[in-house]
Ligand binder design. Sequence first.
Ligand SMILES: [Zn+2]
Length: 107
Amino acid sequence: MAIKVKKNDRVRLTAGKDRGKEGKVLFVDIKKSRLIVEGLNLVRKTKRPDQQSQKGGIIDIEAPVHISNAMIVCPKCSSAVRVKRKELENGKKVRVCAKCGEVLDKV
Ligand SMILES: [Zn+2]
């Protein structure tokens, strides 16, 4: 499956404890087909004191989610949609919303 999600896309999770929630993609790991989504799929980690912050403690960090568990949210439909690829007249390939045809990439 081709990876259609890019950094800064808005996605909705379709599985896991944060199913139905939306967030911005911070990182895409193409090799592992995983995404980091801002504020979602948080896991609690114990942090050891280090040189930057003297205090240790418990922090929440985003755990990767599998790409098949995230759908792109179309800004126009404001719902999770399938994405199609389309070639523009100038030959540039963009991603479009399969529902309304909105171009999801900056052209
Ligand atoms: Zn749309």
